[in-house]
Design a protein around this ligand. Structure first.
Ligand code: AMP
Length: 249
């Protein structure tokens, strides 16, 4: 089984996001970037399948600027085998990413794609679902457990009110939820080995996918600053404040 894991380079989840001076996007200059946390979980799951003898090769791919190669190498240090970097200096919307992933799946003869359920920068939660539709493959989204028995997969998903278990056949698409696993830290020897692994770089135009934007961002603004709370003496005062000052009852 050949697994494809797409990894997105996003602003590190510990960084406090700032809006740029034009109010057109969030500031990414001089900001720490990391692998999207759900994609780390996807890489970890693929590596566990390989370690269990259920997969032969893990291909890592990222669509983005030059910096994406660092993210691919982070995935190598966790256990990815080789990489494909699709170079695009501007933002690539989920539909274009899904079409690019389909191109790679067809070219590489992929059996299983494991993606994050969402990228924490745009929170789209679209790419995996669109890819499954484009490929006409079954999909199991928000996976919290994956079991592979030859060409059959059992995927557990957390849904409102309980757990749902899906049975699906390869080839298929899975997207990861937070509780699927705990990604490993890369060891120093593996970080060194990652430097030698191969990344093929390809300009986005070579994939034949039209990546021109279909969405227009009108404005990006910081959330309103919260005003402080205050203590009230009793329930009567609380009701009065909610009625007269806040106007919600
Ligand atoms: P989204 O639909 O944007 O929330 O992203 C869902 C998942 O699609 C991510 O967790 C990644 O696995 C994958 N993905 C999205 N954008 C990219 C990208 N530019 N490069 C590689 N993978 C991506």
């Amino acid at each position: 089984m050949k697994i494809l894991v797409p990894v997105k380079r996003v602003i590190d989840y510990n960084v406090k996001i700032r809006v740029n001076s034009e109010g057109s996007a969030v500031e990414t200059n001089n900001v720490k970037m990391s692998m999207n946390p759900f994609d780390e979980i996807a890489v970890e799951e693929a590596v566990r399948l390989k370690e269990a003898g259920k997969a032969e090769e893990i291909i890592i791919t990222s669509v983005g600027d030059k910096g994406s190669q660092e993210t691919i190498r982070t995935a190598f240090a966790m256990g990815g085998d080789r990489g494909i970097h699709i170079l695009n200096d501007s933002n690539t919307e989920p539909l274009a990413v899904a079409k690019i992933l389909k191109y790679i799946v067809d070219k590489e003869g992929i059996d299983l794609v494991i993606l994050g359920k969402q990228a924490i920068d745009d929170d789209s939660n679209q790419t995996g679902q669109m890819l499954a539709a484009l490929l006409n493959w079954p999909q199991a989204t928000f996976a919290s457990k994956v079991e592979v028995n030859s060409s059959e997969l059992k995927v557990t998903r957390e849904i409102d009110g309980g757990l749902e278990t899906l049975k699906l056949n390869l080839p298929c698409v899975i997207t990861t939820d937070l509780r699927l696993n705990e990604p490993r830290y890369a060891s120093l020897p593996n970080i060194m080995k990652a430097k030698k692994k191969q990344i093929i770089e390809m300009p986005i135009s070579d994939t034949g996918v039209d990546s021109s934007p279909r969405l227009e961002t009108l404005k990006v603004e910081e959330p309103a600053v919260r005003s402080g709370g205050r203590k009230v003496a009793d329930v009567d005062e609380l009701i009065n404040v909610l009625k007269e000052e806040v106007g919600i009852i």
